[in-house]
Design a protein around this ligand. Sequence first.
Ligand SMILES: C[S@@+](CC[C@H](N)C(=O)[O-])C[C@H]1O[C@@H](n2cnc3c(N)ncnc32)[C@H](O)[C@@H]1O
Length: 338
Amino acid sequence: MRPLLLPLESLVYGPSYGWLQYLIRSPQPLDAEATWQDITRSLPPVVDWVRNNWPLRPLRPLLLTAKMKQDHVLGIAEHYDVSNDFYELFLDKKYMFYTCADFHNENDTLDQAQQNKADFILNLLDAKPGQKILELGCGWGPMLKRIYEHTGDKENLYGLTLSKEQVAYNQQHNGFNVEFDDFITRDYEDESFDSIYSIGAWEHVRPKEIAPLSKKLFRAIKPGGRLVQHYFCRVPDPLFASAVCSQIYFPGSIGSPYRAHIKAYEGAGFRITHRSIHDYRPTLRAWFDNLAANRDRALELVDVQTYNRFLTFFPASWSFFDQGYGMLVRWVLQKPME
Ligand SMILES: C[S@@+](CC[C@H](N)C(=O)[O-])C[C@H]1O[C@@H](n2cnc3c(N)ncnc32)[C@H](O)[C@@H]1O
């Protein structure tokens, strides 16, 4: 079946999609270094040409629309509800961030780099005790932890996630007010938060949802408050190969181009007061190395296909950023006083 699916899926969705699925379906755990080299190497010009030109352009929107019909909420839960112990094998120990860190130099460990990122975002938030703060897509609560370390105020911190395992983790380990809910469809009370932020969750907001969600969040923030964002934008408009391959890892989700975000924020009434670009690649390599180093334990916690899926996810994402198709941006969006 696996050798048959390779040409079939390559024909329908292009060679990158077919090849990644072929690797993931291997009945054996993939060899780590060979997988990294295989996925990140420069493609011969002819393969690159096929990748960029197949499937034919008129078919692409139809194929992508069909793939995007996969349940978005379920797709998110599937990615995160693997096993908390599995994620612990490759994320930083102190916070458990599953988002891009800031490696200031080659000697920074993953833990140091995540501390750097947490401090950077804390500074953008300018969080103070007594402020009501909400995180959209809070994961295992890493940034809530950093804010709590700084303010000592747990009561006013809130988080939302679509992973039941993350809700349970936050309750058991952190005691934060974390709820299972979709931050896109949720109703927010007007002017109820001093700040709202998200780290690595806005990638899941589909293009048509960006503008209405920005307006909804604008209303939910108090005058003078802010929305702080960290996520990657697609540059340029989605290349079919990367868009369809991302469906393997996040069924039903697709990010939007940089311009679409600016339009949505400004259209909602926010003033953009900070924008910075960060490099995702060292974090992806660090997670990959940690997962490979913990292969045996990982295979006790998850099945071979799940292990292979993550082992291909990190180099495929690395290539996406290395080739300039993704740009990790942090934003501060200020709601004016009036
Ligand atoms: C990449 S993780 C990032 C977690 C955390 N912010 C961090 O820095 O580690 C993305 C998070 O967004 C959540 N998420 C994605 N879309 C969501 C939605 N529509 N509603 C609620 N949570 C969502 C996922 O459940 C997950 O917790």
